[in-house]
Design a protein around this ligand. Structure first.
Ligand SMILES: Cc1cc2nc3c(=O)[nH]c(=O)nc-3n(C[C@H](O)[C@H](O)[C@H](O)COP(=O)(O)O)c2cc1C
Length: 417
């Protein structure tokens, strides 16, 4: 009998050959805001490795949506190199999704200049403070409309670039999640206060995207089950959010959690790689702050397999739309369990950074477990020149050196001879 994670699945026009999605894990393979050649290699390899769909992580919908300088941003010039990427993935027999988002008030992008980052409410920008961007500016209704239009444009361009699906980032404390979260949203107008009001902006973004793309385009949303902080969003409200996104016409929900600015490892669990975090930090002040306060600001969060499953079940009971389970799914048995519990798809991150061909190995019967430990060193590797890899895999470290030496990291995709 075919393993339940390896059966095909249809989601409107999106035909997946199995149920496994490589989730978005920021790659750090960008040159001047454009995808680099290494990004194409990265996703083609994942596609060859057996996943049904790979997700290109975090493409900002506008310049103001970048967490830091040189993140990918959706512009006219981004479409052509992205086409090289989507073609390479399709040639390997998989589908490809683009995560589109806006960082909101959580940015250390000095290009934002005096205006600084923008968010639901005026507040302290801990992430950028030591780079001189102490505060987040409160967005006006015109700002909300502008960013809604940026999401609309970015969604259209993603499909122009050949993506099979988009994932709207409404989780992890990025802008739309900042509006949903009571920790970040202190507004007194129709965008703040009740959950209904806090959901208004994300729902307007979904409506704008649907208006532009029609009802059938595969539009995923990544949302929080819990913010991972006491005064944040918790699962009972997350269930109501999921129902609102279902009514708004989202094709599938990817369930995650945590606010990167407040509970950095909540969405990952596992080791806290403080020493490597200090090493890759470029800003000397930030280095000192991390060394002194890292253990306080980055609390320990032990890893457990399928760590979001108890909360994800509550959403499963409350909505009918397809759900993507995410968080600590590593072994063949985990994949079976999650499918048996009614989740149509399963997303995996670190296990596939560790072994991009893990799914093919599972399918060939060559493995049943992932070798990922979760050391979380990959979250620091994405900040090194050449981009994300598993620091425990010498072959990946050697390859990155070769690719950097060959200039692949400095060439936009699709520009080599
Ligand atoms: C190196 C790395 C980078 C990540 N970058 C992103 C990102 O850009 N966008 C996002 O939504 N989640 C990001 N995540 C979170 C993952 O999507 C996922 O939620 C997390 O890894 C848990 O899944 P796992 O247990 O299968 O690894 C990142 C995770 C890692 C390890």
């Amino acid at each position: 009998m075919t393993h339940p994670a390896f059966t095909p699945f249809e989601l409107g026009s999106l035909q997946l050959k199995n149920r496994i999605i490589k989730t978005g894990t920021y790659e750090g393979m960008v040159v001047d805001g454009l995808p680099a050649e290494t990004l194409v290699r990265h996703h083609a390899e994942l596609a060859r490795g057996g996943v049904a769909m790979t997700t290109v992580a975090y493409c900002a919908v506008s310049d103001t949506g970048r967490t830091f300088k040189n993140q990918m941003v959706m512009k006219d010039e981004t479409v052509k190199p992205l086409r090289a990427l989507t073609k390479a993935v399709h040639d390997e027999g998989a589908k490809v999704m683009l995560q589109i988002g806006h960082c909101g008030g959580f940015s250390k992008n000095e290009e934002l200049g005096l205006k600084g980052p923008e968010g639901p409410s005026f507040g302290f920008n801990a992430y950028g403070a030591l780079k001189g961007m102490m505060v987040t500016r409160k967005m006006s209704k015109e700002d909300i409309q502008r960013v809604t239009d940026d999401f609309r444009r970015a969604a259209v361009k993603a499909f122009e670039a050949g993506f099979d699906a988009i994932e709207v980032h409404i989780g992890h404390g990025y802008l739309l999640s900042q509006f949903v979260s009571p920790v970040r949203n202190k507004r007194k107008d129709e965008y703040g206060g009740s959950l209904e009001n806090r959901l208004r902006f994300p729902l307007e973004v979904i409506a704008a995207i649907r208006e532009e793309l029609g009802p059938d385009a595969p539009v995923f949303a990544k949302m929080n089950l819990d913010d991972g902080v006491k005064k944040g969003l918790h699962v009972d409200d997350a269930v109501l959010c999921a129902q609102a996104f279902e009514r708004a016409g989202i094709s599938a929900l990817v369930l995650s959690g945590g606010l990167v600015s407040h509970s950095a490892l909540y969405l990952l669990r596992g080791d806290r790689p403080l020493r490597a975090m200090i090493e890759v930090e470029e800003n000397p002040l930030q280095k000192v702050a991390l060394a002194a306060f890292g253990p306080i600001f980055v609390p320990k969060t032990p890893f457990e397999p399928l760590f979001f499953l108890p909360m994800a079940r509550k959403v499963r009971e409350a909505v009918k739309i397809p759900l993507v389970y995410l968080g600590g799914a590593t072994s063949l048995d985990h994949l079976a369990q999650v499918r048996e519990e009614g989740f149509e798809m399963i997303a995996m991150g670190r296990a596939l950074i560790h072994e991009p061909d893990l799914i093919a190995k599972y399918q060939r019967g060559e493995a049943r477990e992932s070798g990922c430990v979760p050391c979380n060193l990959c979250i620091t590797e994405m900040d090194r020149t050449g981009g994300v890899l598993c620091a425990k895999q010498p072959w990946q470290l050697e390859r990155r050196e070769r690719e950097v030496a060959a200039g692949m990291h400095e060439r936009p995709a699709g520009t080599s001879a």
